[in-house]
Unconditional design. Structure first.
Length: 210
């Protein structure tokens, strides 16, 4: 149903998120948003320059609504913050249909400076060199986005399918392992990879640079 409310940029972004959640990113257009708001499409151009411009605002709003764990707590171990922050980013992307694609393609390209300062400072205090601290956050965010993207776009869910004609012992063993992993589910799969990343970062702190 069209929204009986005043049209401004915030209303357009909210309507866009509703359309996105119902119809997906490919069906999200200025026309469908205008229809949701009960106005003609040209009315939107008083508030947004283009679809690209709007998608950036939609991505930022999705992050603002659901990516709530962006800052370290007092005395929080760096490992705990990395995990909490990654889970929060994943939760935000999975909160809306095609959220990972939205963030990957339309998300902010400039970081929140204050958030980034606090995040990098935590890792530097924990022993990471400055560039390494930034690389840690890049690696975790790219892993998280990639995992969410695969979860939302995989044709067969997150299961691993093997050719039916492979009935040899090794292939059947692999199929059994794949089925066992599928039962664990995407949350467990994500957590396993995230844990491996974080443990690897910890080991790098204990390894002197050659």
């Amino acid at each position: 149903m069209p929204h009986p409310k005043r049209i401004d940029r915030a209303a357009i972004v909210s309507a866009a998120i509703e359309v996105l959640d119902e119809r997906g990113l490919d069906a999200l257009s200025l026309r469908t948003i205008a229809a949701r708001l009960g106005v003609r499409q040209p009315a939107l151009y008083r508030h947004v320059d283009s679809k690209v411009d709007l998608l950036a605002d939609v991505a930022a709003e999705v992050l603002d609504r659901w990516h709530t764990d962006r800052l370290p707590r007092d005395q929080e171990p760096w490992q705990d913050f990395l995990v909490r922050n990654a889970r929060s980013l994943r939760r935000a992307m999975l909160s809306v249909r095609d959220g990972a694609r939205l963030i990957a393609t339309g998300g902010p390209r400039s970081p929140n400076v204050d958030n980034s300062i606090a995040q990098v400072a935590l890792l530097e205090r924990s022993g990471f060199a400055g560039p390494d601290a930034i690389l840690v956050f890049i690696a975790v965010s790219r892993y998280t986005i990639g995992a969410a993207l695969e979860q939302q776009t995989a044709r067969d869910g997150t299961s691993i399918n093997l050719p039916a004609e492979r009935t040899d012992k090794d292939a059947l063993h692999l199929a059994k392992l794949a089925a066992d992993v599928a039962v664990l589910g995407p949350d467990h799969e994500f957590e396993a990879g995230l844990d491996a990343l974080v443990r690897g970062f910890g080991q790098s702190l204990d390894t002197p640079t050659a």
